[in-house]
Each structure stands twice: as C-alpha cells, then as structure tokens.
Design a protein around this ligand. Structure first.
Ligand SMILES: O=C(O)C1=C[C@@H](OP(=O)(O)O)[C@@H](O)[C@H](O)C1
Ligand SMILES: C=C(OP(=O)(O)O)C(=O)O
Length: 426
C-alpha cells in the first residue's frame, strides 16, 4: 500500500476493542457456566482465531453487528475434544493462554499456527504447565508449534517467572483454576493484569500483592457482561501521529487506561508531549478515558526496566516518534521484541534506516538520534501488523512516497485502521 505526507491529523475517533481483553473475554466466557454478553469486541483476525478455537471445542458463540459477541459457556471442564487441529493463526496470546485451559481438559488436542507463530518460543509456557502435570509435546522439546497437549490431574505450582510476560502468567493462572492445590506466581516485573481483573469478576479466587499472585482452584466461573474498552495499543499510532505532525489535534474516546498498559503515556509525558486525559471512569474493573493529543516539540528519553512491559507492543511507534524528538532516545531491556510477530528490533531499525533516520541497533533495544527529516521508502512490514502501522505513520511526515509491503497484516489487530486514518487526515 502507498502512503504520502499529510498536513495534519484532526478530529475525534473511537477505536475498536482492546485485543488482550477481547481474547480473554471469549476464553473465560467459554469456560463459565452460562450466557455471556461481550460488547465492543475486537473483530481482528487474532481474536477471531480465538473464537474459532472455542467453537471447535463445542462452544456456541454468536457475533452481532460485527461488534458484540454472545458466548454460551460450557463450564470449566465442558469443552469437547476438537475433531481437527486448533489453528491459532498469527496469535501468540491465543496459543499461550489456551494451553493453560487445555491443561485442565480430559482430552488430547493439537495447536498449530502460521509461519510466524511456528517460530515463537513456547517453552516459557509448556515448562511450567508440564511441571503442573500437563502432558505436552512439541518441536524441540515442546518449544515450538505444532504443540500437542493432553490435560489431566494438575497440581498447584510455586513459580518465579524468569521473564515479564502476561501470556505466561495468564496460562499458569488458568491452569491453576483446575489444580488440586493452590498456586503462587511471582512476576519478574508487572505485566498487563487483565486476566487477574477479569477472572476475579468471573468468581475466581485470585489474590494479588505486588508482584505475587495467589490462585486457588474453583469449581465454576459465573457468566458476565463485559465491555471491552478501546485498545491503547491501537490508540498509540494516533497518539504518536498527532504528537509529531505539526498542527494536529486528535481526541481518542473510550480508551483502556489500565496502568499496566499506559507506558506510552508515561514516555510521551517525559518527552514533553502535549496531551490530557478526560472523562476517566472504571468499567468492568478497567480504567477508561478519553485522550486529547496535540502536536508538540518532543525531546529524547531513556526507556528501560519495569516500564518496558507496560509499552512492549508500542515500541515500534515510539521509535518513530523518537526520530522527531530533539536529542537521543535510548530503548533498552527490550529483548522480548525479538520474539514477537517479527524480530521488532531488526524490523524497526532496518526500516527506519531506509527512511534516513539516525538509529543504531542494540542487543536489547535501539538508540535513536533526532530530529531527522524522514524520506519515503519501500518498507518491509515483515507481515507484522505493528510494523505496518508504525511505518504508515512515519510516512505521513516523510517527503516522497512510501510503499508498505503486505499492509493487509493490520487486520490482525486493527482492521479499520486505514478508514480511521483517512477520516482524520488533512
Ligand atoms: O497477554 C497479552 O494479551 C499480551 C501480552 C504481551 O506479550 P507477552 O506476554 O509475551 O509479553 C503482548 O506483547 C501481546 O501483544 C499481548
Ligand atoms: C505481540 C503481539 O501479539 P501476540 O503475542 O498475541 O501475537 C502484538 O499484538 O503486538
């Protein structure tokens, strides 16, 4: 797809539902006892893969007006053995969280995914689940899909996490619901806590104290009505766009503002960004609000440590913002970027270099010196939705045409991205 520079971004937008919360809403509803109503569900390919997997295990799921979902839960142990493999497509969240649930089922099933998923490490999940009693096989000792998993009698686990990962944490919490004793999980650094918040509302017995999470097994989960807030990871592209395109002003309505997800706002504040949070409220245990962002002169910052998990998916677009900031931006402690849909350190550095940015690759991040006037280029998306969207924003401030290969991959998390972008571009 081709992109060219624009004069400014201006207007009010409402974004599709949060991807992490959408996945969880279908998963937890499916194993609850009764009818669940989910509003503002993200109809992106990843979340549709989750729906597909649960339908294949006998769960009746209806989609209304391409926005709302009704899930008829079958209970914790009511899933049926699928007739075929479960295909998670491109979704890391689906494959890793579903393994926690499959560890508690009395059948054997196989999980497969696309080329990117087949290269992403699974040992981080399969090892603790095996320790709890699940039988798991996969390539290279259970590290890569296809993964075959047979649930059974699980025992609780005391697990100190070696990496900060909400997907790993969530898989262990889900398996703990099925165990015959309690579990304790100790996080390395605080990662997104949507699982803890939502499962509690379903009646799970979970106690969180700082980095420690205690989970007790339960007999059943109660059906819920869930409202999915707008996705801050999708908002990030417009937050960045409005901050770096002169004369811009964008109001993004109903965005999820869970503090484990708002690292990009902490960074923007440090960079001297001009934004305000309006109409704050709490719905279904999640903080929500509107974000008003205006163009501003940014300065470079250092991003590291405990902040990384709070903005891990936003690093590609933060790197684009940093090319327009005065001075140096250093991003470190972000090795996890190498095992996402693409190696996001390489994808960002390679593409930003093509656009003329002053950027250096680090083992665990990157260093960017700004500001630089970017030039249009042939961009490789590496079939990674976050890379495609980050570089479409970069193209809006570049001189000359930018072509982004396989731009369609944005459908993974944000099918309406181009429509919204066009509507507020002048
Ligand atoms: O739990 C989730 O919904 C997610 C957790 C993060 O992955 P990790 O758990 O691997 O850090 C994030 O990158 C992913 O987009 C969604
Ligand atoms: C890493 C991502 O997702 P997942 O791990 O679910 O594939 C993402 O959406 O940026």
């Amino acid at each position: 797809m081709n992109f060219n520079s624009i004069s400014r971004l201006n207007g009010e937008i409402i974004l599709p539902g949060d991807k992490s919360i959408s996945h969880r809403s279908v998963m937890f509803s499916s194993i609850s006892n009764g009818k669940n109503y989910i509003k503002n569900f993200l109809m992106g390919q990843d979340c549709l893969s989750t729906i597909d997997c649960f339908r294949k295990m006998g769960v009746n799921i209806d989609i209304w007006k391409n926005k709302d979902v009704i899930v008829n839960g079958v209970g914790l142990r009511g899933l049926k053995k699928p007739d075929n493999v479960l295909d998670v497509g491109n979704s890391g969240t689906t494959i890793r969280l579903i393994m926690g649930i499959l560890s508690g089922q009395n059948f054997k099933s196989t999980l497969v995914g696309d080329e990117s998923i087949s290269k992403r490490p699974m040992k981080r999940v399969t090892e603790p689940l095996k320790e709890m009693g699940a039988k798991i096989d996969g390539l290279e000792n259970g590290n890569f899909a296809p993964i075959t998993i047979e649930g059974g009698n699980l025992k609780g686990i005391n697990y100190k996490m070696p990496i900060a990962s909400a997907q790993v944490k969530s898989a262990i919490i889900l398996a703990s619901l099925y165990s015959n004793s309690s579990s304790k999980i100790i996080e390395k650094s605080k990662s997104r806590n949507h699982t803890e918040i939502m499962l509690k509302s379903f009646g799970a017995d979970i106690n969180v104290d700082g980095l420690e999470i205690d989970v007790n097994p339960v007999d059943s989960l109660y059906p819920q009505e869930i409202y999915v807030p707008g996705d801050i990871s999708s908002a990030a592209f417009f937050i960045a766009g409005a901050s770096i395109i002169k004369g811009s002003e964008v109001l993004i309505k109903n965005v999820g503002l869970n503090p484990t997800r708002t690292g990009i706002l902490d960074v923007l504040k440090d960079m001297g960004g001009n934004f305000e949070i309006l109409n704050k409220e709490v719905i279904c245990g999640e903080e929500i609000g509107d974000i008003l962002v205006k163009y501003s002169n940014l300065n470079g910052v250092t991003i590291y440590g405990d902040l990384i998990p709070k903005l891990i998916d936003e690093i590609p677009i933060i790197a684009v913002m940093a090319t327009q900031a005065e001075g140096q931006t250093i991003i470190k402690d972000a090795k996890e970027l190498k095992v996402k849909e693409s190696n996001r350190i390489k994808s960002v550095v390679e593409n930003l270099k093509k656009m003329g940015a002053d950027i250096e690759e680090l083992e665990d991040g990157m260093v960017i010196n700004g500001p630089t006037k970017l030039k249009g280029a042939n961009i490789e998306s590496f079939n990674d939705h976050r890379i495609a969207m980050a570089f479409s924003i970069a193209s809006l401030i570049s001189y000359g045409n930018t072509y982004i290969k396989n731009f369609n991959c944005v459908n993974i998390s944000f099918p309406s991205f181009c429509d919204i972008l066009k509507r507020i571009s002048y």
